[in-house]
Design a protein around this ligand. Structure first.
Ligand code: FDP
Length: 297
């Protein structure tokens, strides 16, 4: 164990926020290994009406049992389950998207796991986040963690919970000043006119890269600079992504890395949280690109 790893082990022993982050890191190799053979659809739908894959259900159950075990965690919520789980006494709540972008599993493209740690009960505003993190199951497994205003990228290695190791590869991560990529979800004919106008402007300066899993698409923005959006649609003004599980945690990471977030009007972190599965348009990236969007809207 190097110095950074033993410092982390000490923090994890006492601090529930560090423990929640550690649980997700340690579960990542196991989740990755367990994807093989769980690519089939189930007969069930999640709380947002999407058909669940065996992998969604399995990753949800694995993380639920481990995260609700942490002393100090009072509530557990998941994109894959209707109700918030009461985890006992504790002032912290964890919100999880166990497998973000799981429709990519069939075609073997990238996916992620998202964690938001909120102070107080859910649903909660993004300003209540005290940490957030995502795992990216790409060619290698990486994890990005935002806490106390700084963002670190780790490589996660190992085969299972016992020997999983997290090694920092980029500290104080910041979005590059000179952005190069954009990725926008939703079908173009369904975009609103104002978003289509914005997209037209962005296309002049940036290169399209869209993979269809928010975590992969956001991670390239964090790496190269640019903008990711799952916008408002004519048919669905509230967009597709969920505020508690996706919008807020990602906004917290991007803003901690010097970027900006918006729901079209204000920072996602300032958006009112009324319902655990509420959807929101999501726009995150370099601050000037998000300012431009808000100015054009
Ligand atoms: P998925 O349905 O595969 O779980 O969370 C929903 C999400 O993926 C995001 O990861 C992704 O950005 C978006 O939906 C992709 O939606 P489209 O297929 O409409 O592009």
């Amino acid at each position: 164990m190097d110095d950074a790893q033993s410092e982390r082990a000490e923090a994890e022993a006492e601090d529930p926020i560090s423990r929640a982050i550690a649980v997700v890191a340690r579960s990542a190799p196991e989740i990755r290994a367990g994807l093989t053979g769980r690519r089939t659809k189930t007969d069930d739908e999640n709380a947002s009406g999407e058909t669940q894959l065996a992998a969604d259900v399995w990753a949800d159950e694995l993380l639920e049992s481990r995260l609700t075990d942490i002393e100090g965690v009072g509530q557990f919520a998941s994109e894959e389950r209707e109700e918030i789980v009461d985890a006992g006494d504790g002032d912290l709540s964890v919100a999880i998207d166990p497998l973000d972008g799981s429709s990519n599993l069939q075609s073997n493209n990238s996916m992620g796991t998202i964690l938001g740690v909120y102070e107080g009960e859910l649903p909660a505003k993004g300003r209540k986040l005290v940490a957030s993190a995502y795992v990216l199951y790409g060619p290698i497994t990486t994890m990005v963690v935002a806490r106390d205003g700084s963002v670190t990228e780790y490589v996660v290695e190992g085969d299972g919970e016992e020997d999983a190791e997290r090694r920092a590869v980029r500290e104080d991560l910041a979005l590059p000043d000179d952005p190069t990529v954009y990725g926008f979800g939703g079908r173009v004919p369904n975009w609103t006119d104002r978003f289509a106008d914005y997209a037209g402007d962005v296309e002049e300066d940036l290169k399209l890269r869209y993979g269809g899993a928010m975590i992969g698409d956001v991670n390239q923005v964090v790496t190269y600079g640019g903008v990711f959006a799952y916008p408002e649609l004519d048919s669905r003004p509230e967009g597709k992504l969920r505020l508690q599980f996706e919008g807020n945690p990602i906004a917290y990471i991007v803003e901690s890395a010097g970027g900006a977030s918006s729901n079209g009007e204000e920072s996602l972190l300032d958006a009112e949280a009324d319902e655990i599965h509420q959807r929101t348009p999501v726009y995150v990236g370099n601050a000037d690109l998000i300012e431009r969007l808000e100015a054009e809207f």
